[in-house]
Structure formats: C-alpha cells, structure tokens
Design a protein around this ligand. Structure first.
Ligand SMILES: [Zn+2]
Length: 781
C-alpha cells in the first residue's frame, strides 16, 4: 500500500461497519449446495460469526458462482432503470452473480469522494445501492464494477499532475476525457478511497474494473510521478522513443508491467481490508495475449495472484473464429489452475465487426461464442449495454444456454484436459520477439498450428514456456510455433523433454533469439533440431521479420520427387527412379511441389537428419509468359526430421507453413501440418473422429469419466460472420482411448439428451454420434 494513513482509515471505517447486508446475503446462501465434479454434495454452511462470512474449507463465492450477467449501465439509465424487471431476468436465466457499475469515471451512487462525478442522469438516486440490495435479496452475488482510467475536465483542472502527459507536457485525451496516470495518486489514493466507500456502504462480494491498467504500451507518459518512479527503480530517464533494441526501453516495459501488478495487489489489499478476506478485486483481462501485452498485463503473473479471471472478450474476430474462445479458456486455465473460474463477458448485442450496441446479435452467432467458451472451461456471463432495449429479441438469447449450463454444470467445471499435444507460448515472446508485429510474428504461427490441430480433431493444450517441466508428464508432443524468443531455462526444459523421450515440432525462428529478442549465433535448440545457422551465413540473409509482411511466389519441393509416377506431359525435369516417401508426405503422391509463400535461407543440417522439403525461390507471377521456375531445385531445407538417441522424434520446419496456414488457410498446408503432428506424436493421440465437417474437439477428465466437447464450426467456416444458421453435420464415428478409471459402460449426450453405448476393444471405446447441430457434449463413464 502506498499510503499507510489511508490504510488505517480504511481499517477504522471497516471496523465501524460490521453486521452488514453482505453478511445477510451470505446467511441466505447458507443452505446453498453445489455439486463438485467427482465429489459428493458439499453443503455451504455459512458461519455468520466468522469475519469472512464462511468457515475455512468452505467454497468461497468466487469459486462456486458459474453464471454471471451484466447490464452495463449508461448515464441515461438511472432515470428509468426497472429493477423489478431485471430481478425477474436474473431469476428466469438462472443468473447467480451480476456485475453492476459502481464508480470510476462516473458514480452510480451518491459518493462523498471529492471529484467523483455523479452519472449525468443520476439526480440523487442510489442506483448502485438499490441494485446491490435487490441482488442480495435474490441471493445473487455482486461484482461492483469500476472504470478507472479517465476523468472529466474538472478533475484534470483540480489535479493536473494525476494525468498522463506526452513529451511536450500535453495531456493525453480520449474524446473529452483525460487519461489518468497509473503512477499518480489517482490510482494510489482516489481509486482506493472509492473502493473503500463502496465496500463500506454496500458490501458487494467483490470488485472488478473494466479498464484498470492505465495507458497502453504505444503511449509513453512523461509526468513527474512517472519520471520520479522510473528514476528510483532504474536510475535512468524515461526513454524518448520506442526502441526494442534499447536496454532502457526494455527496462521501461518491465517497470510498466510491475506497476500494474502493484495496482492489482494494492486494490486487493484495500477491498479485503474494507470488505473482508473474500472481498477480492479482480480487474478485467483481455482474451488476446498481444492485447494483454499492449496493456502491460502480465497474464502469467496476474493469474498467479487472481482468485478468478474476469475475461473481457465479447465476441469473435474474423481471423480467430469461434475457436479462439476455447483456445483462450484453456490457455488461461493453464496459468490459473483448472479448479478456478473464468467468467467471460459475452455480448448479446452486435459486437465486434461491426458494433451496434443496441441491436440484438444473431442468436446462432451469440450461442456459438458461448459454446466454444464453455468447451474451453469458461463460464457464461451475458452482457447488455443499457437497461432497456427497443430490440427486445436481445432478452431471449442467453436463456437457453444458461438453462443448459445449469442442468449440466457438474460436467463443465473442475476437470482436467486430456490432451497429449502441448502448444507452447509465452508473453515474453509476444513482447520481445513480436515487438511491433506480434500478429505476424507470433499470432499467425499460433493460429496456423491450432487450426491444423482443430481440423485434424486432435485435442491440444496451450502450455506456457515456463511450465514445460510441470506439464511434461502428460504430454507426448510439444509444438513451438515460431517461439523466437526463448530464455536459457526455457530452452533447457525443451531439451529435457526431448531427452526423456518427448517429441518436438518447432517452426520458423524458434529459439534463435534470447528472452529480450536479441539474436543468437545459432538456434539454442540447434542440436535438437540437427540444424544450424551456417558459420558463414549468406551476406544478404534476411531475418524473418524483414519479409514477413509480404507473400512471395515461392514453393517447396517434396523429396524425393515421384516424377516417374506422373500421368501428364513431360516436365523437362530429369526423370529419376521411384523413391519412397516419408509418411509425413502421405496424400501428396500426385505432386512434387506445394505452394509456400515465405522465404528461406541456407541452413546446415547434421548427418542423420532427413530433409523432406526443399526451397524453390521466387519467380514472377506476372506476366504469365515469365512465370517459370528460374531455380527449380535448391538444397535449402524447409522441413528437417531428426531423432535424438534415446529421445523423441523431432521435426524442425524453418519454412513457416504454420504462419502461411494461419493467414491463407490453404488445405495443403493444413494437411502437411496434420501429417507432421501425427507422425511426430508417435501414435500418442487418444482421440479419432471420422465424418465430414470442421469440428473442434476438447477432451477432459473427471474422476471416473471423460467429457468430450464437439463444437460444429462447419457453419461458421463457410461464410463470413455473423453465422445465422446452423448446418448440422454427422454421423461421426468417435474413438477414444479409455483411461484406467473409466469403464465406458455409459455414454450420455448432454445436448441431444440421448444415451448410447459403445464398443470397447484394446482399451479404446468406439461409438457413433448421428448429428451435431451447434455442439454436443459427450460424457463417457
Ligand atoms: Zn505518468
């Protein structure tokens, strides 16, 4: 806490406010029961005499509330907010917790904090208080919502030194409002005083904040508070320009990350002092790692502190699709633990591309985002802007999903993923390798690998580069999708994994840079790849970053060529004997080349490696008369296989086919990646599904049973968003390898509400699903 006096005041105020409404909420919840996966019913007997409102060993509210709702209050709403209607809506949708606007930019209650401006149409009404009481009367928990990153002009005029300024001393503004500086007393005194006031007056269960992390990375604040703090931490001045190669700029990045973590801790201390040990503060986070990086939010460290992640990721974007929601759910659980919860704000209005705050989103589009979130372990949280709507269709969207969620909740939380493929990521890589091109350098390779896995129906798990040792025991294959920046200890974990028999695929420039993005002489994993940067590199060798923005008319040659089999005219290439191709090239018998799009430089490969693809350099596309290969064959490798004595299978793919696939979706690239993943994993994929369609498969384990989510992405994959009609797919023949504690006697389909039976052979169970409209969830026990 930055201000000991404030802390004492908060403590005193709290002491005076015992015996409160929150206590009565907890008392009413005393008889609540929850079902925990694989466990018996646990009764939440609340003890009113304990300070926290619960006894040790009982489940706190943030671990048991799984369906949330939010009416994001506009400043106009206080004049007509119909609380009774919304109470009914909470009930009819089985909503257990609500997020209610309290304060920050504007207050929705009569605040006594100086300069805490009232919402424009509040006119003395205590809207937050009325809503908070109504929720508690319904046994609905309350997350008081703050928005703390900007303020109006009168605030700026009173405390100009609390606001972010540019190098010339001009304040940063967003519209009419002024951006507050995260190193100023606005964050260390003003926001804590609001949190304390709200906790004392209304006793919400906890606090969240829509926009808590201050100015983003693309803007540097030069205010006196920042200058002084950075000088104290580093002994240096704040950098004048963005320069990723500059040590002071890098220090500035880390200093910014640390300040956001301090704010996280400070706000939690404040709310716990004011509201009791379970009165947590959990600022909202983004569903994109590059978004987190731009906001200086270190997802791994935040998850190390957080009891719950409030995920603000309301809808899909064109490039990521619905599947990005399941992907992000699994990624965050990997950091947070699978026993904790990740409610996600899901827009019921037309959000994303384009945004219309007051129009109802097409129901299939809204539902698919929810189903993919649930498949990734996310909990639903309906989200409206404004408290009344003329497009009344919006009120009917969430009900069916919430009802289904309530009926099947025991299968949807407290479970462990069963994937044997881990895809490695790190925020350091996004920052210091991605730099100003994280989409091209980091996100696209990730998306290509993940999309190839989804298309091949192979369950996978995102694995943080610092957690490789922890996860290694459950994985047979690790994939490094162009993880350029790797620290020495991360490299060492990958080596240990492979040396103990684990299998590895790495692409692009993986391990070629240290954790700061400084280029090494050679791949740090070069010995594992069996591939090295030549001792005398080409004088004009281009690093990937320089050409990543363009697409080139390049190809990859499959080796050996099977020219002799070609049924077609002479190619002018010298005929050669029929060669035996590697399994990885299965399905490509009728071609000796595939399109590429990137560029490659010579590499040195060790004896014993096998090169399956070689580079064909660029030649003209236009005019067509010029479109012939100038250099049909090189020995520049695009894909190298290696085996480590006593270790696993290794594939290194300098050709960034993953990035190309993420960008252009060419099936050759997807098929090649799928073949490569299957071969490298050495038959350690425990799920196989036959039948047409794009299906995202996520497999989980609870004691004695498995849960398989199958989300039908076929409809979404055929045209642009929003999806407005489901196209059913099926039948599917599903085969799953049974873990020791699952007999396979019972198979339940939770969406079509059918029971079926399977055929068990050699430890695998096989069964058929006739049709999937939007999603299906199968429980095998
Ligand atoms: Zn500042």
């Amino acid at each position: 806490m930055d201000n000991p006096e404030l802390l004492r005041n908060i403590k005193n105020e709290t002491e005076q406010n015992k015996g409160d409404n929150r206590r009565s909420f907890l008392k009413k919840a005393a008889a609540a029961t929850v079902t925990l996966a694989g466990a018996d019913f646990i009764t939440l007997a609340m003890d009113n005499s304990s300070d926290s409102g619960r006894q040790s060993g009982e489940i706190p509210w943030y671990r048991r509330i799984t369906r949330w709702g939010q009416t994001n209050i506009t400043e106009k709403d206080p004049s007509h907010y119909d609380i009774q209607w919304w109470r009914n809506h909470w009930k009819s949708t089985d909503t257990q917790g609500v997020i209610i606007n309290a304060g920050g930019i504007v207050a929705y209650y009569p605040s006594k904090i100086p300069l805490h401006r009232q919402a424009q149409f509040l006119e003395g009404r205590d809207l937050f208080g009325d809503l908070c009481r109504a929720a508690h009367e319904e046994n609905v928990a309350v997350f008081a919502r703050m928005d703390s990153n900007r303020a109006h002009e009168e605030f700026y005029n009173a405390h100009p030194d609390w606001f972010a300024i540019d190098a010339s001393g001009k304040p940063y503004k967003a519209g009419d409002m002024f951006i507050t500086c995260i190193n100023s007393p606005y964050y260390s005194e003003h926001i804590p005083s609001i949190l304390t006031e709200v906790a004392n007056l209304y006793h919400p269960e906890g606090f969240t904040d829509n926009s808590w992390s201050g100015l983003g990375r693309d803007t540097i604040c030069y205010c006196e508070n920042c200058k002084k703090s950075f000088r104290n931490k580093s002994g240096k001045e704040i950098p004048v320009v963005k320069n990723w190669d500059n040590a002071v700029f890098r220090e500035w990045i880390i200093w910014n990350y640390n300040r956001r973590l301090e704010i996280w801790d400070l706000n939690n201390r404040v709310t716990k002092v004011a509201g009791g040990p379970d009165c947590i503060w959990s600022g909202m986070n983004s569903g994109s790692i590059s978004g987190q990086s731009r906001s200086f939010r270190d997802f791994k460290k935040i998850c190390g502190k957080a009891e719950i992640i409030m995920l603000d990721s309301q809808s899909r974007n064109d490039s990521g699709g619905f599947q990005q929601n399941a992907d992000m759910g699994k990624l965050i659980h990997g950091l947070l633990g699978w026993e904790k919860l990740i409610p996600e704000s899901m827009a019921m209005y037309q959000a994303g591309r384009p945004t219309f705050r007051l129009s109802s989103k097409p129901v299939p589009e809204a539902h698919m985002w929810m189903f993919e979130g649930i498949a990734g372990g996310i909990q639903p949280w309906w989200h409206y802007i404004g408290a009344s709507h003329e497009d009344r269709r919006i009120y009917h969207t969430n009900g069916p999903v919430f009802q289904w969620h309530k009926e099947n909740e025991e299968y949807l939380i407290n479970r462990k993923p069963m994937a044997t493929v881990g895809v490695v990521w790190s925020q350091q890589n996004t920052d210091f390798y991605g730099r100003d091109e994280p989409e091209l350098m980091v996100d696209l390779p990730w998306r290509g690998i993940v999309q190839a896995l989804i298309r091949a129906r192979i369950p996978y798990l995102p694995v943080n580069a610092d957690h490789i040792d922890r996860e290694a025991g459950n994985l047979s294959l690790l994939i490094l999708p162009n993880i350029g920046a790797m620290a020495d200890d991360q490299v060492a974990s990958v080596k240990r994994f492979v040396e103990k028999g684990g299998n590895l695929i790495a692409t692009g420039e993986s391990s070629l840079f240290n954790e700061w993005g400084d280029r090494r002489q050679d791949f740090a994993l070069g010995d594992i790849f069996g591939t090295h940067i030549p001792e005398t590199p080409e004088p004009n060798a281009l690093p990937l970053r320089k050409w990543v923005n363009d697409t080139y008319h390049t190809y990859l040659r499959l080796t050996p060529e099977l020219r002799i089999k070609v049924d077609g005219p002479q190619t002018g290439m010298e005929p050669q004997a029929k060669g035996e191709r590697h399994q990885v090239l299965k399905g490509f018998d009728e071609t000796d080349i595939i399109s590429f799009g990137g560029m490659l430089e010579p590499l040195r490969t060790e004896n014993g490696t096998e090169v399956l693809l070689t580079y064909i350099p660029s030649f003209p596309i236009y005019p067509p008369e010029t479109s012939w290969m100038r250099e049909p064959k090189t020995d520049i490798p695009g894909l190298i296989l290696n085996t480590i004595p006593g270790g696993g299978r290794v594939a290194f793919m300098p050709a960034d086919i993953d990035r190309e696939y993420g960008r252009y979706n060419l099936p050759d690239h997807g098929n090649l990646l799928a073949n490569l993943i299957r071969w490298t994993s050495n038959n350690n994929i425990h799920l196989a599904i036959e039948g047409s369609g794009l299906i995202n498969c996520n497999l989980y384990h609870q004691p004695g049973r498995m849960i398989l989510h199958l989300t039908n992405l076929t409809s979404a994959g055929t045209w642009r968003q929003p999806v407005d009609e489901f196209i059913p797919v099926g039948p599917f023949k599903v085969s799953i390898r049974l873990p020791g504690d699952v007999s396979g006697k019972d198979i339940k389909l939770l969406v079509s509400q059918l029971n079926t039976s399977g055929h068990i052979e050699n430890g695998w169970i096989q069964f058929t699903i006739n049709s999937i409209s939007n999603h299906e969830v199968v429980v095998v026990s």
